[in-house]
Ligand binder design. Sequence first.
Ligand code: NI
Length: 195
Amino acid sequence: MAVRAIRLFGDPVLRTPTPEVTDFGPDLHRLVDDMFETMDTHHGAGLAAPQVGVSTRVFVFDCGGRRGHVVNPVWTAVDDETQTGPEGCLSIPGVQAACTRAARVRVHGVDRDGAPLSMEVDGILARAVQHETDHLDGVLFPQRLSPQARRAAMRVVRESDWFVAGETVTDTPRGGRAVWVGDGQPAVDTAEALR
Ligand code: NI
């Protein structure tokens, strides 16, 4: 296994919708192993393949008391209820904001051997499923914020040390405190934030 470099905001791979996985061979197994190790190294709650520069439909997660991976995920909301919680992203270091998501989702997909899997999840894991599937569609969490919060997030990004035009890869864990860009103060402890 190996820790792979995290692609940062500004890298086109993060804005590119990914094609479905059709080859369940050793490359996919290695990718999933490496994504787990990379997520753990950066203390993430989830990680999607484009974040390590691979444009394919896979994510891993470790939050809400569960750990796993989903290949070719498709989620649907269980009902109309929503939840709002602190969110960040390993590809956008130092930015956190309150993001509204479906409260409960059912996710279908397959594992790395192609075996079908499905689970119904809520709380932070439901947010992770939505956040990571967004990555596979080329969508980053600031796009899910209010226009005001999104502008604030972009301001923080532009002023960040890591945001240098043409340099969009990091293999060093981030440090320091995240900047809260939401409207008002965080409603819950940001230490529990999805990132
Ligand atoms: Ni993310």
